[in-house]
Design a protein around this ligand. Structure first.
Ligand code: ADP
Length: 402
């Protein structure tokens, strides 16, 4: 293949979830060519939403399993009108999202050994790892000659020092059972930290990045590296989230099991899927709905917002101590990017560390990059929309040396 052909090569990103696959094709300059998702896989009726440029194709489809969804995606990639490749040789690398990568610090080639390692963490990410693995296996069958890599949500946090990732359990639990903090949303925290460095015109600023979405996590970044993060061995730890509890006293579990007869699995289902903003508000996990009802005087919705913002601001305070000096606080993901009122609530507690919001700039910053700090604020406050697939595409290209 000539140099010109090499330049035309494309990068395919794939994110396989429990009932959906999302894909995005980039050119060699990391510009998006197309993107799409197949949703409700395995249900009576699935749906494909596929975008190329400003045009969108939507159709009801039959997709019994991930294999069929992937076959559909491959047909779309080749489609004359909607596709972006004529043959698979045009793809230089396929990057797969892998949620729990254990202690893997680097993007890895999809191989038997790497898949086995990923499988060993299935129990800790039951909604993600099995489907990530399935997607990798299917793509290996469909495109055996294209290099494929897995990019871990946990990888960015492998730079945490021992004092941050160890739990206060017997040391042997770490040795024998790999019990430690791993952290998640690594690709997002990394992406916004690189963008923040550009916005601040600083090489390696000290940052506190707040990924506030359906799942939420806060990370302390020093010299470009994660030194602490709020999610733990699993995504359940840390700040309160859409449906997850965040930090709770583990004895609550023992108490509810022994005194009230709850089953462990039921309790963990409640702690993962029925708690947090949803559990407290009793209304929704979606901050837009909760904010709407709180405005109309719903007390439980107001409480949910107070708890969420209080807990986020406490983590920011803790990480300011961990970092010693903070150049900027970054807000990203669904809530962080789009809810000025939640940013206002969180920042109203941050005067003690010298972070002050400009209310007008904050109100205007919805879904776009902005510096929303007040004049004279000691710490800059930035809003940066995340782009995990773009970050993964760059990681995938770097992994194969392109
Ligand atoms: P994920 O990618 O983890 O599914 P997102 O980062 O998209 O989650 O975040 C989803 C959450 O973000 C929603 O539940 C909602 O609370 C919030 N959100 C999304 N869009 C908006 C918006 N326009 N205004 C306020 N909040 C929003």
């Amino acid at each position: 293949m000539g140099k010109e052909d090499e330049k035309m090569k494309k990068i395919l990103m794939l994110n396989c979830g429990s009932s959906s696959i999302k894909y995005r094709l980039f050119d060699s300059a990391f510009r998006e060519i197309l993107s799409g998702k197949v949703e409700r896989i395995g249900e009576k009726e699935s749906e494909i939403v596929h975008s190329k440029g400003s045009r969108v194709y939507r159709a009801k489809v039959k997709s019994n399993n991930h294999k069929e969804a992937i076959a559909l995606m491959i047909r779309m990639l080749h489609d004359k009108e909607w596709g972006g490749i004529r043959n698979v040789a045009e793809i230089s690398v396929i990057g797969h999202r892998a949620v729990h990568g254990g202690q893997m610090a680097k993007t890895s080639l999809v191989s038997g050994a790497a898949l086995d390692y990923l499988k060993s963490f299935e129990m800790l990410a039951p909604l993600h790892n099995p489907h990530n693995i399935e997607g990798m296996k299917e793509m290996k069958k469909a495109m055996p000659n294209v290099p494929q890599v897995m990019i871990f949500d946990t990888a960015f946090h492998q730079t945490m020092p021992r004092k941050a990732y160890m739990y206060g359990l017997p040391y042997s639990f770490f040795d024998k059972y790999a019990v430690r903090r791993y952290g998640f949303h690594g690709t997002s925290h990394k992406y916004v930290s690189l963008r923040a460095a550009e916005m601040l015109r600083m090489k390696k600023p000290n940052l506190i990045t707040c990924h506030l979405g359906a799942g939420s996590s806060i990370t302390a970044i020093k010299d470009g590296k994660s030194i602490d993060t709020s999610m733990g061995m699993t995504p359940l730890e840390g700040v309160m989230m859409g449906t997850r509890t965040g930090d709770i006293d583990p004895s609550i579990v023992q108490y509810l099991v022994n005194k009230y007869g709850f089953g462990y699995d039921d309790l963990f289902d409640i702690m993962n899927n029925k708690s947090g903003l949803l559990g407290i508000s009793g209304t929704s996990k979606d901050i837009r709905i909760i904010e709407g009802k709180a405005k109309k005087g719903n007390e439980r919705c107001e409480l949910a917002l107070e708890m969420f913002s209080y807990r986020v601001s406490k983590y920011i305070g803790a990480y300011a101590v961990a970092l010693g000096r903070v150049d900027a606080i970054v807000f990203t993901a669904g809530i962080g990017e789009n809810s000025p009122s939640m940013r206002k609530r969180i920042c109203s507690n941050l005067g003690i560390i010298g972070a002050r919001l400009d209310p007008r700039k904050n109100t205007k910053a919805i879904g776009k990059e902005a510096d929303v700090s007040a004049k004279g604020s000691k710490i800059r406050i930035l809003v940066i929309p995340t782009d995990e697939e773009l970050m993964m595409a760059k990681e995938a290209a770097a992994a194969i040396g392109k």
